[in-house]
Design a protein around this ligand. Structure first.
Ligand SMILES: [Zn+2]
Length: 263
């Protein structure tokens, strides 16, 4: 039973994983998982100074450097920002990634969030995992079907609210306090974004925003957790033969169950 286990974190844009998921992902690495980070968008809208080609190249390199800090393999964005649509070709391309990477645990965006790119990324990932074993669904490029169980978890939306301002409460809280240094170091690698926000929002506003988010999630804890990432698990139907919660089991003492599953 020494088969390698694989965790994949998927953000719409370069830096979404660092903001919402990197602490938990790093802990899965400590638990022996092979780590992958993937973006659906290439980050081309995250600039006020670079050309389209320049910023795509810069942000791809930044995200790769950030991933390397936790030993994760990076898979660059497939389409331009704001062009992340739930459409056939992109779903086929995302399916190819899922078939090639063969994840057992997938971390991705919230199905409700302030930005369409995030919500569509969440839906694309659910469908790509769902179709990974379907013989009549061709991925682009063609990749061999896979049949491993996948357990999919959604990160918190910005501000812990849906687009209509309703609160989103996670079912699992992961205490990522011990991973805040590496989470910050990863975010620092996104220099094009940090420098831009340092000028428009004040020094280190970018890093402070990430810490504030982790602190806000930690406030939902019933114990004295300083920094946390929150998760809601997708229903297992179509994704795994049996229901289960490998994230909760693996990170056991660092995890707090906030709500009863399905409750
Ligand atoms: Zn984003």
């Amino acid at each position: 039973m020494s088969e390698k286990k694989i965790a994949l974190a998927v953000g719409a844009h370069p830096d979404d994983v660092e903001f919402l998921m990197a602490g938990t992902l790093a802990m899965l690495g400590d638990a022996g998982y092979e780590l992958h980070i993937m973006n659906v968008g290439n980050g081309n809208c995250g600039t006020a100074q670079h050309t389209h080609e320049e910023i795509i190249r810069i942000r791809g390199r930044e995200a790769r450097n950030a991933a390397a800090l936790i030993g994760a393999e990076y898979h660059r964005g497939l389409v331009n920002d704001i062009e992340i649509f739930y459409e056939e070709e992109l779903l086929r391309r995302v399916t190819a990634r899922v078939r090639q990477i063969r994840p057992n645990i997938v971390l991705t965006q919230s199905p409700q969030d302030y930005m369409e790119d995030h919500m569509i990324t969440s839906r694309l990932m659910v469908s790509a995992c769902f179709t990974r074993g379907m013989s009549n669904w061709q991925s682009l490029p063609r990749a061999e079907r896979t049949f491993q169980d996948v357990y999919l978890y959604h990160a918190q939306p910005l501000g812990n609210v849906d687009p209509l301002r309703n609160p989103i409460v996670p079912s699992l809280l992961v205490d990522v306090t011990e991973k805040m240094d590496v989470k910050e170091a990863m975010l620092r690698e996104h220099r094009s974004q940090k420098d831009w926000l340092d000028v428009s929002q004040g020094k280190d506003a970018y890093l402070d925003a990430m810490k504030d988010m982790a602190r806000d999630v930690a406030e939902m804890s019933e114990s004295s957790v300083e920094y946390a990432e929150g998760w809601r698990q997708h229903l297992h139907v179509g994704l795994s033969a049996q229901d289960g919660d490998p994230l909760g089991e693996l990170l056991n003492e660092k995890v707090e169950q906030i709500q009863k599953r399905g409750g």
